[in-house]
Design a protein around this ligand. Structure first.
Ligand code: SF4
Length: 325
């Protein structure tokens, strides 16, 4: 392959997979005016839709969400969900094929990890949705911070003003929150929204529900996530899946209050989307009680309605039946 300019990428590589490169990388290879033209063709016109390396295999629809199953060039599959909100559409994007984390409430982790996605495959999930997306949430299959460099690169591509010009504050990363990765993303100069998948207020419970977080002290995890929110002046969203008899006690409420009282944080209480496991969701009354208790202590808390449940597109339900490990 012929290398040009700064020697980092070649013209052949750009032609082969144009969505995989930042504006600066293309500039380095072919100069500014060429980069401007390519970014305009890729992101402002339909011209390069044939240059894709992902294809829509199937779209499953319901009133609140559409689930897109994309086939990748190596015949692996990922799922992307578009969720209709009052003010627009969120794209729930995958970062990996399969997931290494094996959270016990989640179908996506059950088939194991196959590979990381490329920046190109992440970017294309957004641009090939048939809806006009005004929020991107990395809450699909995979742990985005375990595909760190690609994740950051894809965000740079999506927000580049020569291309899609996606607003940074419209991008959310949802993470299981290993302390190491929370500290790493804190140092980035991108002001994205962070959601910490906490799901427990006790170390033992978190270790059980989310085995990939073992070895990460729960108090330090919360501290690291709050530190991100302070540094970037963003509200920390805490996802908390309520499970009967596991993480719904008075002592759990007490711990959450201890951590988040007076902090710029909001707790999203999630209902369990029953998959095949032995876990049980709480009933509506318990859910309301949990929320009201947090509110009474001055903690911002909401029950997040789960969209896409009918089409197995809600949180924890994404799992491509096409992939064979
Ligand atoms: S909840 Fe997220 S991190 Fe955990 S197994 Fe599922 S996809 Fe992976």
């Amino acid at each position: 392959m012929k290398r040009v300019h700064n020697g980092s990428i070649s013209i052949a590589e750009i032609i082969n997979d144009p969505f995989n490169f930042t504006y600066n990388e293309i500039c380095g290879a072919i100069g500014e005016s060429g980069a401007k033209s390519i970014y305009s063709l890729l992101y402002k016109k339909d011209f390069v839709k044939k240059a894709r390396s992902i294809w829509i295999k199937e779209v499953i629809k319901d009133a609140q969400a559409n689930k897109y199953i994309f086939e990748l060039s190596d015949n692996k599959y990922i799922e992307t969900v578009s969720i209709k909100r009052r003010t627009g559409v969120s794209a729930c994007v995958s970062a990996q094929v399969g997931c290494p984390c094996k959270c016990i409430f989640c179908e996506s982790g059950k088939n194991g990890f196959i590979r990381n996605l490329s920046a190109s495959e992440i970017v294309q999930q957004v641009i090939y949705l048939k809806e006009r997306v005004n929020r991107i949430v990395f809450m699909g299959i995979g742990e985005p911070l375990f595909n760190y460099d690609v994740l950051i690169k894809s965000i740079h591509i999506l927000r580049d003003r020569n291309g899609l010009d996606f607003p940074t504050d419209g991008i959310t990363i949802s993470t299981i929150g290993t302390i190491k990765m929370l500290k790493k993303i804190r140092e980035e100069h991108i002001k994205i929204q962070l959601t910490l998948s906490l799901h427990a207020a006790a170390q033992k419970v978190r270790d059980y529900l989310m085995p990939a977080t073992r070895g990460n002290d729960i108090n330090e995890t919360v501290k690291a996530a709050l530190s991100y929110s302070k540094r970037h002046n963003r509200k920390l969203v805490v996802a908390y899946l309520l499970l009967r008899g596991i993480n719904d006690s008075a002592s759990d409420i007490k711990k959450l209050v201890e951590w988040f009282k007076g902090e710029n944080a909001m707790i999203n209480l999630l209902e369990y989307n029953k998959t095949s496991g032995a876990l049980t969701s709480v009933d509506k009354r318990r859910l309301e009680h949990f929320k009201n208790s947090l509110l009474s202590y001055g903690i911002e808390a909401k029950i997040r309605s789960s969209r896409g449940r009918n089409i197995n597109a809600a949180c924890g339900q994404l799992a491509s039946r096409y992939n064979k490990t």
